[in-house]
Unconditional design. Structure first.
Length: 392
């Protein structure tokens, strides 16, 4: 049972190392190449199952099942070679004659093996079991393995040649894939001469460990970095550079959690509305309207330098006050409102404000505070507009 034990160990380690890729139904945002690698891993897992099954049934001399497992072993083996070839081609991302030759070679080996196994049903040209139940190999098995060896050598040499002209992480990845192919070629050669030792499974396991360590982990980190960068972009308002509405929604959830767990003690909310934006858009154009919004955000950020500023609508901003800004909230808001009253008389940009604070025991979510602050902002807007009319 030595042969089957190695196959079982290879399958277990394969599933542990590549669990994230092998989980059924797991949605991964993979590149084309890594999706091909995922298919290769599935193919390899199936091969391991047939490999260890062959070891079990050939050992107990259960010839009918052992024969079927042998057929399955060879088919899954060449299919795995094809999936590896497809992965290498996708990873190299080249479209030339040599790549076409490698791809055709992978399919050619599969077709050759299937035809040979069909013939083997009538005449043992690949393998056979004698009357005592002993397994014997014949010439076409050796030919199949040599064809695989040549294909691995060709794809590896091409990959390594590309690696020499690459730089940085791409160069390291190409070297890893190229060397992995050479490692596999060595174990295929050993399997060809020692059919009763599971060199092929051992080689596949070593190769996937190498790829996992030096390629897959880097790909996962690159994916995390890309997601992180995309999230950072989504959390920033593209026009003003302050925090976006999405960031506001996420921070609201965190504040609600702090309210629920009684961690929140002090918090203030100020709602801002840039007056007359529609008038600016209609008379001066939307480009000037955008500049009007940017000017408003600059005024808010300068006054509330130590608090997060969010743009939650076209002309609406929110500031969440904690710490020193919360303690000085009245002074900060009064100074801001005084400047807006001056602007209101001189025809400069005017921003309406409304502030309210968290009331422990009475407020059970952020929206309660926000609603009150928003209402005060509308009251302030009415006051500023009426003042403008009187002065006019």
């Amino acid at each position: 049972m030595y042969y089957a034990s190695v196959g079982l160990l290879a399958l277990i380690l394969h599933c542990i190392i590549n669990l994230e890729y092998l989980k059924p139904g797991r949605s991964l945002d993979l590149s084309v190449a890594m999706e091909r690698y995922r298919i290769f891993l599935y193919s390899l897992a199936i091969f391991y199952v047939f490999d260890l099954s062959w070891g079990v049934f050939s050992n107990i001399r259960f010839i009918p099942i052992a024969y079927i497992m042998t057929l399955s072993f060879f088919v899954s083996m060449v299919w795995t070679v094809l999936m590896w070839t497809k992965f290498v081609v996708a990873y190299l991302d080249r479209n030339n004659r040599f790549v076409s030759i490698i791809t055709i070679g992978g399919w050619g080996i599969v077709i050759f093996e299937i035809v040979a196994l069909i013939v083997n049903l009538f005449k043992p040209i690949v393998f056979h079991f004698d009357s005592q139940g002993h397994y014997h190999t014949t010439s076409f098995r050796f030919i199949t393995l040599m064809l695989q060896l040549v294909l691995h050598l060709l794809s590896s040499s091409y990959t390594l040649r590309i690696a020499t002209n690459s730089e940085g992480r791409v160069k390291a990845h190409h070297w890893t894939i190229g060397i992995s192919g050479l490692v596999m070629a060595v174990f295929i050669a050993l399997q060809a001469f020692f059919p009763h030792i599971p060199f092929y499974s051992v080689g596949c396991l070593i190769v996937t460990c190498i790829i996992h360590t030096y390629v897959v982990q880097d790909e996962k980190q690159d994916q995390k970095n890309a997601i992180g960068s995309a999230k950072q972009i989504a959390l920033k308002d593209p026009l003003t550079g302050v925090k976006s509405k999405r960031a506001f929604q996420e921070d609201k959830i965190l504040i609600d959690q702090r309210i629920t767990t009684l961690e929140l003690k002090e918090l203030g909310v100020i709602v801002f509305d840039v007056n007359d934006l529609k008038k600016v858009n209609d008379t001066l154009g939307h480009e000037q309207g955008d500049q009007y919004i940017i000017e408003g955000s600059v005024l808010i950020c300068k006054q509330f330098q130590h608090s997060p500023v969010y743009r939650i609508g076209g002309d609406e901003f929110v500031v969440i006050l904690e710490g020193d800004d919360y303690i000085q909230r009245k002074e900060l808001l009064e100074n801001f409102d005084l400047r807006m009253e001056e602007n209101n008389q001189t025809g400069k940009i005017v921003i309406s404000t409304g502030m309210d604070v968290f009331r422990p025991g009475r407020d059970f979510d952020f929206n309660s505070i926000f609603t009150r602050a928003d209402q005060r902002m509308y009251e302030r807007k009415k006051l500023l507009k009426s003042t403008t009319l009187k002065s006019a």
